[in-house]
Write a protein that binds this ligand. Structure first.
Ligand code: DSN
Length: 478
């Protein structure tokens, strides 16, 4: 396929949009420029292929298709059936899963589908059956309490937020924290690693219905075989949220004990992180949970997004190609090179390194909060996000960490030498940033000073670093 085809497709699309609302066309163009020029180190972001992006921009968006393949609540879904079935087939083949449900719109949605499927599978509840025919969003607070009481205050054990777990694993601001009585397992304060004996102890004491594995900020492999054994020992359903590392599973970098699919009863993921697909979610499960999982819509999901399912089919087909395994391996090589570059320059890293796609810098070593570091790096053209570190004294808003990841830069083609240069840029900015003070002289967790000349210089160096690895080289909008 000619590169010209990609330019023509996107140029034509923008021309059509511009004729209606030019500001939207301009914003789309500006976003491409911004993404091309910034050093994107957000561990959960990536760049989907032009084919994946184009599969989303069409009339599939116009179609309602509630239900499942071959069993819809609307007529005329034959083409949606084709793409949904294709996406599910690619997902099953790619991950070796018995069943795949590709309708969830996001990772949170995928987790909600999984939670309700497990509840419906494990707990006898007339209230739940009633809720299954209504949208969960329609339930009142009183309905929730009645439902939760009838469900027997079911329990969830997941990784704590500050140790790298995710909000949807039972934490209060998320609906999972209202559905479940939640307890967390953390990491060993000395090593930063999951202590499986402590997880087993917590499971024995708490007796959860669901044991959740998976993370959004833990830089190491997780042994899912051991977690499954723990789940089995207390009769829990073992669920893994692999949103962050799905690409590493797809690319066979995480295999054996570190591949969640053969070990978990149910696995959820997003499709847009290391998997490099469209923004969306997905659930994989063992056969006994398939019927309940397929009730995701209308139980907790609005109608499926056929255009996104089409894009999932494209991206999953891409992930089945041999070059995706090479991509996945390079993600980890790059993360390790970045970690080594930072360590060599004196940075403090949670767990002392990485064996997946992300690195967590404890920026208290630079005398900064995560928020100060995040902003100073952004001033310098380096896009990251602040993140809690284990037992974080600065809480979830200011934090003490910066999470960085390599899926996006690896897609652009940057390699280990450029990761060392990236480490140098990050270290330079963080050593040159000084924590600021409030008006009353007390230390501020947000204010900082960084010489704007230095920030500009680093931003130029970041742009130079990216110049030899253009983003979407086949797309010229000029
Ligand atoms: N927002 C995602 C992340 O950045 O990890 C997880 O939901």
């Amino acid at each position: 396929m000619s590169r010209n085809a990609e330019s023509t497709a996107f140029r034509s699309a923008l021309e059509v949009i511009r004729a209606v609302e030019p500001r939207v066309a301009d914003a789309i163009g500006a976003e491409l420029t911004d993404q091309r020029e910034s050093l994107k180190l957000i561990a959960s972001e990536n760049y989907a292929s032009p084919a994946t992006l184009l599969a989303m921009g069409n009339w599939f968006s116009d179609k309602y298709a509630e239900g499942t393949v071959g069993r819809r609540f609307y007529a005329g879904c034959q083409n949606v059936d084709t793409v949904e079935a294709l996406a599910a087939e690619h997902a099953r083949e790619l991950f070796g899963a018995a069943h795949a449900y590709v309708q969830p719109h996001s990772g949170i949605d995928a987790n909600l589908v999984a939670f309700w499927a497990v509840l419906a599978d494990r707990v006898e509840s007339p209230a739940l059956k009633k809720a299954q025919v209504r949208q969960v969003n329609d339930l009142t607070e009183a309905d929730w309490f009645a439902l939760r009481r009838e469900l027997g205050n079911q329990r969830m054990l997941g990784m704590s937020l500050d140790a790298g777990g995710h909000l949807t694993h039972g934490f209060r601001p998320n609906i999972s924290g209202k559905m479940f009585d939640q307890r967390s397992y953390g990491t060993d304060p000395a090593t930063g690693l999951i202590d499986y004996d402590r997880v087993a102890e917590a499971a024995r004491e708490f007796k959860p219905l669901i044991l959740v594995g998976g993370y959004s900020a833990y830089p190491r492999k997780v042994n899912f075989r051991i977690l499954r054994e723990i789940a089995d020992s207390v009769g829990a359903t073992f669920m893994v949220d692999m949103a962050h590392f799905a690409g590493l599973v797809a690319g066979k970098v995480l295999t054996g004990d570190f591949d969640p699919v053969p070990h978990a009863h149910i696995v959820t993921t997003t499709t847009h992180k290391s998997l490099r697909g469209p923004r969306g979610g997905m659930v994989l499960c063992q056969p006994e949970l398939a019927d309940q999982v397929d009730r995701g819509c209308p139980m907790v999901l609005g109608g499926p997004l056929p255009h996104v399912m089409a894009a999932k089919a494209v991206a999953l087909a891409e992930a089945r190609r041999p070059d995706f395994a090479d991509y996945a391996r390079r993600i980890v090589d790059n993360a390790q090179a970045l970690a080594e570059g930072l360590l060599r320059r004196g940075a403090k890293l949670v767990t002392g390194g990485t064996d997946n796609h992300l690195v967590l810098i404890d920026v208290s070593g630079y005398g900064l909060t995560g928020r100060q570091a995040e902003q100073a790096l952004l001033d310098s053209g380096i896009v990251t996000n602040r993140n809690s570190v284990p037992q974080d004294p600065n809480g979830a808003w200011y934090t003490s960490g910066i999470r960085i990841g390599t899926p996006a830069l690896t897609t652009r083609g940057l390699g280990t030498a450029e990761m060392d240069q990236t480490a140098e840029l990050i270290h330079t900015v963080l050593t040159q940033t000084t924590a600021g003070a409030n008006a009353d002289g007390t230390p501020s967790k947000a204010k900082y000073t960084l010489d704007p000349g230095l920030a500009d210089k680093v931003a130029r160096q970041a742009t130079d670093l990216l110049a030899t690895h253009p983003l979407y080289p086949g797309i010229d909008l000029a």
